[in-house]
Design a protein. Structure first.
Lengths: 284, 324
């Protein structure tokens, strides 16, 4: 009898902790989602609904035209085109440059390898802000201010990606490489036909990071662009604020479509993404 | 004559070296131009009165550093940045760990919950700071409306429980979050914690997977409570991850700029309450064109980050448990 009673107590306790666990986690998640929910519902509210003193979660009539009004109030089509163009170009060039460098560091034996590797890694320790000013002056001297060159070329190499890819390349058995080279396979051919296909998860991680980093980058674009035709989404958005002031329903509509591509990309590729981040943490 | 190691005397080795350098060339050129060169150049510039508005620049030795260190605005920037680091880093790490531990148990909905916590991290700081600006709005913002509602509930409950003896215990003052300087850093801490918690959680989750499950089973058999398991097993074994996260969080936190810039539409908050070191660099370089002065400030930032990281590495050496 006693055992049964204890069993019952044990089960009850398990249930309660379980319920508590779900309660806390779901409440927390709801809190995390709240700003997004508030952004989206605000974006489809009518002007008078934006000045209520009590919480109104949903608009009476969804004002979808807010999106159209916001879109047309600033050259968002240009901002989007720029953001996509820059992010995609940077992403592809970067993955090529980084793979080549990572391959050299992972598989080749050469003079000065360790020194160079430490030199590369050293740049990760230095905050980008230190380089900001000389880089700005370089851009002025090159005449690259307000051009795509300034927004693309400095970002086509990232030591972080090189490091990540190198770690992944190292995990591919070296015997494979030696055998292929002995059989007369060129080193570049080996990289393209064997290493890269085997490294898909790492490549996807690197590309995703780069795309998102480029899409969201702000300070550099802010100081590098003078004309609206060169602005990207984040910078365009800050100018849009000074134009529409406190029309928050339009601002929220603009924020929503500014985030949309990244959110969609993330939801589609969330598994690769989360695994990628987990990997960087473990190797760090 | 210096004798090269055996390996280096082969032709094959030097051929491979040539090939390796070819592969490294693009990365090296870009890094050389946009990382190695500017690191050296900005030290050099920091000793000059360097203005973009004229042709010749004047060497002034350490004067920039001297003036920065005596500038009360810079001191405000340091204090604000430190307040932010101290507020943000521990909270975001602790919350990240708590959520990770909770999510690490066998539960349904694990995937969607993970996505929900992580989502803020991928969104642009600019767009999201805009949303928070709306949330912080004094009259129509979600935060004040929710707090007012909460105050109402608390007051009603207290009044009921004390049979009407205590009324209006929480007089909600409707704070103007974005105008009152005492809130500036707190506002930013809230946004940053919200945005980075998910990232820390993911890294902690990966770390937690590496802790052998048998340890917990053994502890349970020995009658340890989940609470004890957390303090005696999880926390010590997760310490390398905690260390990693705290280093990158601190480095990131010292570079606070975008959130301030957007939340306060291009101003460093009311009465410089949001002036940070990077904002100081930005203002001097790109609003006042004092490039040498701003370079010196950037180097001071680097020095601070460097010292912090070094101290942390030293301090943690004995405390971190690295598994086999």
């Amino acid at each position: 009898m006693l055992a049964e009673h204890q069993m019952w107590q044990y089960r009850l306790r398990k249930r309660v902790t379980r319920g508590l666990l779900y309660g806390v986690l779901i409440a927390g998640a709801a809190l995390m989602m709240l700003p997004f929910i508030w952004m989206i519902t605000s974006s489809i509210k009518a002007p008078h609904e934006m000045t209520l003193r009590t919480i109104q979660w949903l608009p009476e009539v969804p004002q979808w035209q807010n999106y159209k009004i916001a879109w047309e109030a600033a050259p968002f089509d240009i901002y989007f085109r720029n953001s996509f163009l820059i992010a995609i170009t940077v992403m592809f060039i970067e993955v090529i440059f980084s793979s080549l460098a990572a391959y050299a560091f992972a598989k080749l034996r050469f003079f000065g390898k360790n020194v160079l590797f430490v030199l590369f890694l050293g740049t990760m320790m230095i905050p980008g802000e230190v380089m900001l000013i000389p880089n700005y002056i370089t851009m002025v001297n090159f005449g690259w201010v307000d051009t795509y060159y300034a927004l693309i070329i400095p970002w086509t190499v990232s030591v972080f990606s090189i490091f990540l890819l190198r770690q992944f390349f190292l995990s591919i058995p070296h015997e494979l490489f030696e055998a292929a080279v002995l059989d007369g396979c060129g080193k570049l051919k080996y990289l393209i036909t064997v290493m890269l296909p085997l490294s898909k998860p790492a490549l996807v991680t690197v590309m995703l990071f780069k795309f998102i980093g480029s899409w969201n980058s702000f300070l550099w674009v802010l100081i590098m662009t003078n004309t609206p035709s060169m602005r990207t989404i984040p910078v365009g958005l800050t100018y849009f604020v000074s134009d529409v002031g406190s029309y928050y329903n339009y601002l929220m509509a603009a924020s929503t479509f500014a985030m949309a591509p990244i959110l969609i990309l993330f939801l589609l590729l969330q598994k690769q993404f989360i695994q990628g981040i987990a990997r960087t943490g473990l190797k760090g | 004559m210096i004798r090269l190691p055996l390996e280096m005397r082969t032709k094959k080795y030097w051929k491979e070296t040539a090939e390796a350098y070819l592969y490294l060339l693009p990365a090296f050129v870009i890094l050389g131009m946009f990382s190695f060169y500017p690191v050296v150049k900005s030290i050099y510039m920091s000793f000059f009165d360097w203005s973009l508005l004229r042709e010749t620049q004047y060497f002034i030795g350490l004067e920039n550093y001297e003036r920065i260190l005596n500038d009360s605005v810079f001191r405000t920037a340091i204090t604000n940045t430190l307040r932010y680091v101290i507020g943000y880093v521990p909270i975001s790490i602790a919350l990240g760990l708590i959520v990770a531990v909770l999510l690490n148990s066998k539960i349904k909905l694990r995937g969607p919950l993970r996505v929900a916590y992580f989502l803020p991290w991928v969104t642009s700081s600019v767009a999201i700071s805009m949303v928070w600006r709306w949330i912080y709005n004094q009259h129509y913002g979600l935060l004040n409306m929710m707090l007012a509602g909460l105050a109402n509930v608390v007051n009603t409950v207290v009044e009921f429980v004390t049979f009407g003896h205590m009324t209006e215990v929480w007089q909600f003052a409707n704070p103007n979050w974005l105008m009152e300087p005492q809130w500036t850093i707190i506002n930013i801490v809230i946004i940053s914690v919200w945005q980075s918690l998910g990232y820390n959680m993911i890294i902690f989750l990966a770390g937690l997977q590496n802790i052998p499950h048998e340890l917990y089973e053994a502890a349970e058999v020995d009658g340890a409570s989940p609470w004890q398991s957390f303090w005696k097993i999880t926390l010590p074994l997760i310490s390398p991850t905690t260390f990693f996260i705290s280093i990158i969080s601190i480095i990131g936190a010292f570079k606070l700029f975008t959130e301030i810039y957007v939340l306060y539409t291009g101003r460093p908050g009311p009465v410089n309450s949001g002036m940070t070191i990077v904002y100081y660099v930005y203002r001097n370089a790109f609003e006042r064109y004092r490039m040498g002065y701003a370079s010196a400030a950037a180097y001071i930032l680097f020095a601070i980050i460097f010292i912090f990281t070094l101290v942390q590495m030293r301090a943690s050496r004995s405390r971190i448990h690295y598994g086999s």
